[in-house]
Design a protein around this ligand. Structure first.
Ligand SMILES: *Cc1c(COP(=O)(O)O)cnc(C)c1O
Length: 252
C-alpha cells in the first residue's frame, strides 16, 4: 500500500464500501483506532455535513451539543467524545433518559463493556434512540470475538458502532472501524482526514491503515473461530496446570 499512489478519498470510498459489505453495515470508515471512531462519530452527529458547523467545532454554541450517557458508562475514553465540544448529560434510568432528551440532544452513547452495569440494557438503549429519533453510538472496541458482534449492534438498531483494529481483529494498532448509517458515515468522513480544517484531521489514517485494516478484517472473518477458541482454552489450561500446586491459588 505504501508504494502505490492514489487519491486518499478514492481509497477511503473503496475500502469503506468493502468493509460495509463484510460487516453487513450500511456504510463504514477506517479510523485511527476505536477512540478516534468515537470522536469522528460524535462530530458527525453534532456538525453533520454542514460546512460552517464543521469549521467551527469544537465550538458548538447554537448547535445540538448534548450527549446522553448512562452514569455507569462514563469511562477512561470518554474524552474522545468530549473532544468535540459537547456536554455530557448523565442519566441512570429509562425514565430519566426520556426526560433528558430535548432539541439540544445530538447523540446517545452506550459502552458495551459495561452493558450489565447500567439500568438500561443494550437493546433497550438502541430502541430508546429510535423512539426519540436520536442517533445512538456504541463503543464495542474490544468486543470481537465473537465475529457476529461485527454486525450484531447495527442489526440491533445502533446508528454507529466503534471497534478497535488492533484488539480481537488483530489488525493495525493504529486503526479502527466506525460502522453504521450511511448519512452519518458520510458526515464523519467530512469531519476528518484528509479534509483540512476539520476537528478530526488529527485522526489521520493513511494507505497503510486503510489497506491493513481491510486485510486484517478479511483474515479475521475467514478464520476458523472454533479452532481459535480451542487454542485459547488450551493456553488457559497450560497456565492453570502451571499454578495448580501453588498454595492459595485457584483458577477457573
Ligand atoms: C481499547 C478501547 C478503546 C480505545 O481503542 P483504540 O483502538 O486504542 O483507540 C476505546 N474503548 C474501549 C471500551 C476500549 O476497550
Amino acid at each position: 500500500a505504501s508504494r502505490q499512489y492514489v487519491p486518499l478519498n478514492d481509497l477511503h470510498d473503496a475500502v469503506g464500501k468493502r468493509i460495509a459489505e463484510l460487516t453487513k453495515s450500511e456504510a463504514a470508515l477506517v479510523s485511527a483506532g476505536a477512540a478516534s471512531a468515537l470522536s469522528i462519530g460524535t462530530a458527525a452527529c453534532v456538525a453533520g455535513t454542514d460546512r460552517d458547523k464543521i469549521l467551527r467545532l469544537p465550538d458548538t454554541e447554537g448547535m445540538a451539543n448534548e450527549v446522553i450517557f448512562q452514569k455507569s458508562h462514563r469511562f477512561g475514553y470518554d474524552h474522545a467524545v468530549r473532544n468535540i465540544g459537547v456536554k455530557i448529560v448523565e442519566v441512570e434510568t429509562a425514565a430519566e433518559l426520556d426526560k433528558a432528551v430535548n432539541e439540544k440532544t445530538a447523540m446517545m452513547f452506550f459502552l458495551n463493556h459495561e452493558a450489565d452495569a447500567g439500568q438500561i440494557g443494550v437493546e433497550e438503549f438502541a430502541a430508546l434512540g429510535k423512539k426519540h429519533n436520536v442517533p445512538t453510538m456504541i463503543d464495542a472496541a474490544a468486543d470481537v470475538p465473537p465475529v457476529e458482534n461485527l454486525w450484531r449492534f447495527t442489526e440491533m438498531g445502533y446508528s454507529l458502532v466503534a471497534f478497535s483494529g488492533g484488539k480481537g481483529i488483530r489488525g493495525p494498532q493504529s486503526a479502527g472501524l466506525l460502522l453504521g448509517r450511511k448519512d452519518l458515515i458520510e458526515a464523519g468522513r467530512m469531519n476528518g482526514s484528509p479534509n483540512g480544517d476539520t476537528i478530526c484531521r488529527t485522526n489521520k489514517v493513511n494507505k497503510e491503515e486503510l489497506v491493513g485494516m481491510l486485510v486484517a478484517l478479511e483474515m479475521f472473518i475467514d478464520r476458523d473461530h472454533e479452532a481459535v477458541w480451542k487454542d485459547w482454552e488450551a493456553r488457559c489450561e497450560t497456565i492453570s496446570q502451571a499454578v495448580k500446586d501453588v498454595p492459595g491459588v485457584q483458577t477457573e
